[in-house]
Design a protein around this ligand. Structure first.
Ligand code: DX5
Ligand code: ZN
Length: 231
């Protein structure tokens, strides 16, 4: 599968969110990662479906990948799909019935994703794999941008890759947390094909040449790293 770069809007300038999303899409982003935090499942608060709806109304046509860090999960699934989500992922610990939640997402016409925290065993994927379109491996504990990459996530990506390949399904394998130009190749070599990056992209210093250019440089470096032979 072609590698996808998914900038996380959590690190964007929220006062100029529509422009930030337009800029990062113009810079070559493949999809937009939309982090939803509820100050309950995770100790932080971000944005809800109204903000996604506004981005759609602003004219954003890119694929939007909603990462729900909320508990309970089910009530918000429909709200986010109605607001324009293409992919909805959630944490199995936050749902009483993860299989049902995955089914709800597909029923409403979106792709269904399951998220694995650093402390969540990947074995949980086995009984649910037929209901999943995307597996998201967290390489930080969820709740904040700008945290350090947890290297043991690479083993989890390798295990997830083996399960996905054995299933024969076209399931995306996404990694989220602390992804930068200097570690993206390792994540790709471990088997990830979709790469969330917040601070590495939106936090890039302003060169004065315009943000599209700044973001394009980072995204291009990430793609070059992914294309370079391992070692
Ligand atoms: C963390 C979020 C991530 C975060 C990534 O809870 O799920 O998507 O925004 O940010 P960076 O790339 O800065 O670690
Ligand atoms: Zn995320």
């Amino acid at each position: 599968m072609e590698p996808w770069i998914a900038p996380s809007i959590l690190a964007a300038d929220f006062a100029r969110l529509g422009q930030e999303v337009d800029d990062v899409v113009a810079a070559g982003a493949d999809l937009i990662h939309f982090d939803v935090m509820d100050n309950h499942y995770v100790p932080n608060l971000s944005v809800g479906p109204l903000v996604l709806e506004s981005l759609r109304r602003h004219g954003v046509e890119a694929t939007v990948d909603v990462h729900l860090m909320v508990k309970p999960v089910d009530r918000l699934i429909g709200d986010f799909i109605d607001a324009g989500a293409d992919i909805v992922s959630f944490h199995p610990e936050a749902s009483e019935h993860p299989h049902r939640s995955l089914g709800l997402i597909r029923e409403k016409g979106a792709k269904a994703g399951l998220v694995f925290n650093p402390g969540t065993p990947i074995a949980l994927l086995e009984p649910l794999i037929d209901a999943v379109d995307l597996v998201l491996v967290m390489s930080v504990n969820p709740g904040f941008g700008g945290q350090a990459f947890i290297p043991s996530a690479l083993d989890k990506v390798r295990s997830a890759r083996a399960l996905i390949d054995a299933s024969g399904s076209a399931i995306r394998l996404e990694i989220d947390g602390g992804i930068k130009v200097d570690n993206i190749a390792e994540a790709g070599a471990a088997g990830a094909d979709t790469f969330v990056a917040g601070s590495a992209i939106f936090g890039v210093p302003d060169s004065g040449r315009g943000r599209v250019d700044d973001y394009r440089q980072v995204i291009r470096c990430m793609r070059d790293e992914l294309a370079a032979p391992a070692g």
